[in-house]
Design a protein. Structure first.
Length: 368
């Protein structure tokens, strides 16, 4: 369900900013390209930045090299930094950025190690970091925070999310819309959830169950460790996040893992994202209070010529956070901030921008 319609990217309401982006993968390239189209001066840092998405684009300068070797003092002016590097290298850069008080940083890296434990250190140094600014975690956190703001303490909250081919395809019925290594980590890392008001740890890919996804039919959901900051910020009795895949995918993973035949290097190739295969991203966020009142949001996208569905749904959230912070530099004080801490006005604007760019979002409007 690809489309040739152009991005609805309005010029930014702020003078052109100087933005340094680290990581030029599927999502990183989309974010850099989108910000450049919106009129910002964008510097892209990557070990191999010369991909066809970015070469020759106006307002983009490419820098090749190890991100951890960056010396920010080499650059005359930086308004904001976006960290879109995968896994542990992304976390390492975040640690560096915590100590950079001259400019704010937006963190889209997804690592087992979260930066919230560096909050006091960031306050001491004057560093400002907004982390987990994708679709989930990210938009999911914002919607759960909205449910808590409207309903009060919650009895149950659940997130179901996944990026997949539009139908079963190939050996695995799957291709990774972001770093395959991070997907493997997601299937391995124990899942932190809330049960009876307490944080508990359950095995990854447990609590498997079938669900009905609109327009796609029956798919399978299982626990993964995606709640992160909301474990401590949303008062709730039970809360879980589930990853969504086509039936058969996770069973094959379990079978090969248990048989000792799982080869991670082969998975990196077999799960590689093929832009010629139609794909979609789908998320459902539900919340119920102690009186039975509930709120539900559904987010879906089928990608387009401007980017994959995961790049678009994730990247538009990131772009919204970046531009909101550029327009209001005092939006967040020194410290490390989770996305659910953003004001409702920013969340409303992010959702409006996503809708303007053809991401389908069904659910209650954000109240201000």
């Amino acid at each position: 369900m690809h489309t040739n319609r152009p991005l609805n990217l309005k010029p930014t309401r702020r003078n052109m900013a100087v933005i340094h982006c680290f990581g030029a993968g599927l999502v990183g390239s989309y974010v850099a390209k989108t910000l450049a189209i919106r009129g910002h001066e964008v510097h892209v840092h990557d070990l191999n930045p010369n991909n066809r998405e970015l070469v020759g684009l106006q307002n983009i300068t490419l820098h090749e090299g190890n991100a951890l070797d960056i010396n920010f003092s080499d650059y005359d002016n930086i308004d904001i930094v976006i960290n879109m590097l995968p896994g542990d290298i992304g976390h390492a850069l975040t640690t560096i950025l915590v100590e950079e008080s001259a400019f704010p940083s937006v963190d889209l890296s997804f690592s087992e190690y979260t930066p919230d434990d560096q909050d006091e250190h960031a306050k001491d140094w004057g560093g400002r970091v907004l982390w987990d600014v994708g679709i989930a975690p990210g938009l999911s956190n914002m919607l759960l925070a909205e449910a808590y703001r409207v309903l009060g303490p919650l009895k149950n909250a659940e997130v179901r999310v996944g990026g997949n081919p539009t139908g079963p395809t190939g050996k695995w019925n799957y291709m990774a819309p972001f770093s395959p290594k991070d997907v493997i980590a997601e299937y391995t890392r124990p899942a932190r959830v809330i049960r009876d008001g307490e944080e508990v740890v359950l095995p990854a890919i447990s609590e498997r169950h079938m669900i009905q996804v609109p327009e796609r039919g029956e798919m399978e959901a299982f626990l993964t460790d995606g709640l992160r900051s909301v474990l401590n910020s949303i008062p709730v009795v039970d809360m879980s996040e589930y990853t969504v895949r086509w039936p058969g995918h996770i069973q094959r993973y379990i079978d090969e893992r248990d048989a000792g035949t799982l080869n991670e290097e082969e998975l990196l190739l077999e799960w590689w994202f093929d832009t010629k295969i139609p794909e979609f991203t789908w998320m459902e966020v539900t919340a119920t209070d102690h009186n039975g009142n509930n709120m539900r949001w559904e987010v879906s996208d089928y990608g387009g010529d401007d980017g994959s569905s995961m790049a678009r749904t994730t990247g538009l959230v990131t772009v919204g956070c970046v531009e909101a912070w550029l327009e209001d530099p005092s939006m967040l004080p020194p410290g490390v901030h989770a996305p659910e801490k953003l004001p409702p006005s920013v969340v409303k604007r992010i959702i409006e921008t996503m809708k303007e760019n053809r991401v389908k979002i069904i659910g209650p409007e954000i109240t201000i």
